[in-house]
Design a protein around this ligand. Structure first.
Ligand code: FES
Length: 181
């Protein structure tokens, strides 16, 4: 016996079957709409919550700072800005490098951050230490290559440097000093 024949014999059965379908339809529709309305904002906000953690850290960037033919054996202070992403917080950070060329014409750049407690060193910052970097906080001083001579226990860090085909100097990441032992 087919479903239709059963319905003809028991009309209330057909009504019950129809109502069940209607109820199921409403339940699926409302349930689906509700899930959509709740789920979409959650997923949307979750994306913002998780994204900064999944993003690659900035690094390996190069910053164009000076023409190579303007670099002298006398260190010059160069200031430039880097874009820093720290989790959800983004900012522009002012950086400084002391850039010079050695007797062989190789360009190098040192970080001004004192290796004692992190103050900022200056070239020829103290008349008692001619042609040296000097830190005003506790008197550390360094050679032109960044070698520590007093107070600090390590040489000044160094920037990675490259010169492009147009003669511009670019500074990259900061690394431990390679110029002194
Ligand atoms: S921080 Fe430079 S000497 Fe102490």
């Amino acid at each position: 016996m087919t479903e239709e024949q059963k319905d003809l014999q028991h009309p209330q059965r057909k009504t019950a079957r129809r109502e069940m379908s209607r109820r199921q339809f409403l339940s699926y529709t409302l349930g689906g709409t509700g899930a959509f309305m709740v789920g979409v904002p959650i997923l949307y906000n979750l994306r913002f919550a998780v994204d900064p953690l999944l993003q690659k850290k900035e690094g390996g960037e190069w910053h164009k700072v000076i023409e190579a033919n303007k670099v002298t054996e006398e260190p010059q202070s160069i200031k430039f800005k880097v874009h820093v992403v720290d989790g959800w917080y983004e900012s522009e950070q002012q950086m400084e490098a002391w850039i010079a060329k050695d007797a062989n014409g190789n360009i190098f750049a040192l970080s001004p951050v004192c290796k004692h407690l992190g103050c900022t060193v200056n070239w020829n910052g103290n008349p008692d230490y001619q042609n040296q970097y000097y830190c005003p906080c506790h008197g550390a001083h360094y050679t032109v290559d960044g070698k520590q001579l007093a107070v600090a226990s390590a040489p000044l860090d160094e920037y990675t440097v490259r010169v492009d085909e147009n003669g511009w100097v670019y500074l990259g990441d900061i690394k431990p000093n390679t110029r002194v032992k």
